[in-house]
Design a protein around this ligand. Structure first.
Ligand code: ADP
Length: 306
């Protein structure tokens, strides 16, 4: 095999109760990447289409992640990466993670799969740290492993793939403003009161349990964020109204997707998810802010070979 085309999906990190540790993979939005073997040693970035991302390889997460892999697995030849970017950078649905994970996944396939999908996370993280200023796997893990994932430790990379209830549908509204993770991290406090921590880990534990038991009621009660959302809500136009209307339309819960500005909701069934989207968008229609709405089942596979 000399080249490979893949679908590198978008993802939702944090999922309200799991800041930096919880995430899930989307199925209806993602980048198309083509990686080809080259005779010249090393990684090169070929064509970049769709969205504005850095041409300078050292600033492109795909290049940086791919290089981290090749450092561990040296080869005589090299690889060219072409990206058709559909996920807008700074949208909060893992644009950089899709590229970092996609690059290492595709190269691994072309090398004959020396690494498992889980083992690829550490290489992709080197790329992701370039975008967010810190190495996190909360978007990368669901993109590489599919479904919902829990990162017990970002240091030792203890990652658990969680089950997803069949009827769960995500609604994502993306206001067309860019919010860089590096900036929305900067406003967070490094310490939190014990009472808030207790609430948060209670919710996270319950959320994980609800995924295993298909308990939609418990899932709904657990989708709370007392720690991060109050600080970041001000960065997202009409956040409070959008979240409230998602719940009014029947969503199980709603919150900031990753570091924003996208807002996500999870619903039981497609009909409710569509209604949630209709309700959410009225707020941006009112103020004339451009947006996109996506609906997706949970992508249990992660990156797909095309
Ligand atoms: P997102 O959550 O959408 O990934 P981030 O702020 O974490 O948003 O990442 C976007 C930043 O990463 C932007 O500054 C963008 O220029 C940079 N970047 C570098 N390479 C890529 C790439 N291949 N795809 C997307 N963003 C990239």
């Amino acid at each position: 095999m000399d080249n490979i085309n893949i679908f590198a999906p978008a993802s939702v990190a944090n999922v309200s109760c799991g800041f930096d540790v919880l995430g899930f993979c989307l199925d209806t939005i993602g980048d198309i990447m083509r990686v080809s073997k080259t005779k010249t040693k090393g990684i090169s970035i070929g064509t970049l289409k769709g969205q504005k991302i850095p041409i300078d390889p050292l600033k492109n997460v795909a290049y940086v992640a791919a290089n981290a892999l090749l450092k561990d697995f040296p080869t005589n030849g090299g690889f060219q990466i072409d990206i058709e970017k559909k996920i807008k950078p700074g949208s909060g649905i893992g644009s950089s993670a899709a590229s970092a994970a996609g690059a290492v996944f595709a190269i691994n396939e072309l090398l004959g799969k020396p690494y498992s999908r889980s083992q690829l996370v550490k290489f992709a993280m080197v790329g992701e740290s370039l975008a967010s200023g810190d190495a996190h796997a909360d978007n990368l893990a669901p993109v590489l492993l599919g479904g919902f994932t829990l990162v017990r430790s970002n240091k030792t990379l203890d990652i658990i793939k969680l089950p997803s209830p069949n009827d769960l549908i995500a609604t994502i509204i993306h206001p067309k403003i860019e919010l860089k993770t590096i900036h929305s991290r900067a406003i967070l406090k490094s310490e939190i009161p014990l009472t808030k921590a207790v609430e948060q880990w209670g919710n996270l534990g319950a959320f994980v349990s609800a995924l295993y038991t298909n308990d939609y009621g418990l899932l709904s009660r657990s989708m709370k964020d007392k720690v991060i959302e109050p600080a970041r809500a001000i960065l997202i136009p009409k956040f409070k109204e959008i979240k409230e209307s998602a719940i009014e339309a029947g969503a199980l819960g709603s919150g900031i997707s990753g570091s924003g500005p996208s807002v996500y909701a999870l619903s039981k069934g497609e009909k409710t998810a569509k209604k949630v989207g209709q309700f959410m968008k009225t707020h941006y229609d009112e103020i004339g802010l451009d947006y996109e709405v996506h609906y997706s089942t949970i992508n249990n596979e992660g990156i797909k070979i095309l």
